[in-house]
Design a protein around this ligand. Structure first.
Ligand code: ADP
Length: 398
């Protein structure tokens, strides 16, 4: 079956058409600047070149229509007609407490997702627009929602509650949810598979280090803790997000700068992290590494502060699980940035592990970095959220 995987943002739409039998990507692409001027689609079929076409996309429905046009186009397409799409898998960011696994989309499910909009105001409405647009253009094709929060729903209360009055959890569902769940699930099961073991017998820490970054503790196949919280702002230091801070900073800074609490939260989301720590130099780890090599002290500090936070979380999750068997790195930084991995691993020798510096130079591949005799296996497992969404979609549709 061909599965169309859709990841819809407020002004963008990423897609992949995956053949679920071979698990090959037949075509993929991105619609950008939807609803803004100069919108364009960048489309690529397997083995072909990326082609960018400027095309008017006033809304997401127009974008979905153009995606279908590209997929069925005589020269750049890969299917003859819409009929060759067996199902659509949608990434949905927030499923609240309602969704602990992927689900077939029905009008009731849409209502439930809508009720989580409050918790992810930037993401969920955009995800829903993508779902509705696909339903309009592909009536009758089964749609599945795969939630970023679902994998973390197994967290016990002691891990997901904040130390605030319990009534706020009851009234507003203020608790830790966690994100990147599809990636944490995929990477932890793939890590076990690579070692020829059953995930149920392992304690795994997954470090998803991308622009957004989160870390999770997967014990016996289920998530028992993760670093992101009510929103994706908590936890690790990220590209532009602060991660954990003393919440009193919010009113303190608002007062000092004469701005609102919302303004401060926006600074914590968009101008903090390694971008903020490097004095606004860059949120991109490649730029920071270059600057650091050129002697930029703030860039060096940003990179050290970032790695230190990751190492602290690994320690915390090792304690939470009473040990660890595998530490797996994934996402843009985790898969490609040898320096970050080396620095983080430098903190982990007490666990009885090491990183082979030669192997650590390899980028973007499944690789075991530790020695066979080490007590803890450190490895790189490139994430594949689209494939995970396609698998879930097929599982539900069949
Ligand atoms: P997201 O999906 O959260 O937007 P990614 O997982 O694509 O983010 O990760 C983006 C990050 O990965 C960027 O900070 C970038 O610097 C880093 N990255 C990508 N490739 C490399 C590389 N070759 N070397 C170092 N860092 C890299």
């Amino acid at each position: 079956m061909n599965v169309l995987v859709i990841n819809c943002g407020s002004s963008s739409l990423k897609y992949q058409l995956i053949d679920s039998e071979s698990e090959k990507v037949l075509a993929k692409g991105l619609c950008e600047r939807i609803g803004i001027n100069a919108s364009a689609i960048i489309h690529e079929r397997a083995g072909g070149e990326k082609v960018k076409t400027e095309v008017d996309m006033p809304d997401h429905t127009a974008a979905v229509r153009i995606v279908i046009e590209k997929l069925t186009d005589e020269s750049v397409g890969v299917i003859a007609s819409l009929k060759e799409i067996g199902a659509v898998g949608h990434r949905v960011v927030h499923g609240g407490e309602k969704f602990s696994e992927a689900t077939l989309i029905t009008p009731e499910v849409i209502k439930e997702v809508e009720s989580c909009n409050d918790l992810a105001p930037l993401h969920n409405p955009a995800n829903l627009v993508g779902i509705r647009s696909c339903m309009e253009i592909m009536p009758g094709v089964p749609m599945v929602g795969v939630f970023d929060t679902a994998f973390h729903q197994t967290m016990p209360k002691k891990a997901y509650l904040y130390g605030i009055p319990y009534e706020y959890y009851e009234k507003y569902k203020i608790r830790r949810y966690g994100f990147h769940g599809t990636s944490h699930d995929y990477v932890s099961s793939r890590a076990a598979e690579i070692l020829g073991k059953d995930r149920k017998d392992l304690k795994i820490i997954v470090c998803h280090l991308g622009n957004g970054a989160s870390i999770s503790a997967v014990d016996g196949g289920v998530c028992i803790d993760t670093s992101m919280g009510l929103t994706p702002l908590e936890g690790l230091i990220m590209g532009t997000r602060s991660g954990d801070i003393d919440p009193a900073i919010i009113s303190f800074l608002a007062d000092k700068e004469g701005i609102t609490a919302d303004d401060v939260v926006s600074i914590l989301n968009k101008k903090s992290g390694v971008l903020g720590l490097s004095n606004g130099l860059s949120s991109d780890f490649r730029d920071l590494a270059t600057a650091s090599e050129d002697g930029n002290e703030q860039a060096t500090t940003a990179l050290h502060t970032y790695a230190y936070r990751v190492a602290k979380y690994i320690g915390a999750y090792t304690a939470a699980m009473g040990g660890v068997d595998i530490i797996a790195f994934t996402a843009g930084v985790g898969e490609n940035n040898a320096a970050a991995r080396e620095e983080i691993a430098g903190y982990l020798e007490y666990l009885g592990t090491s990183v082979d510096l030669e192997k650590n130079k390899i980028r973007g591949e499944e690789i075991i970095l530790s020695k066979p005799e080490d007590k803890v296996t450190v490895m790189v497992v490139p994430t594949n959220e689209e494939l995970a969404i396609a698998r879930e979609t097929v599982r539900l549709v069949q």
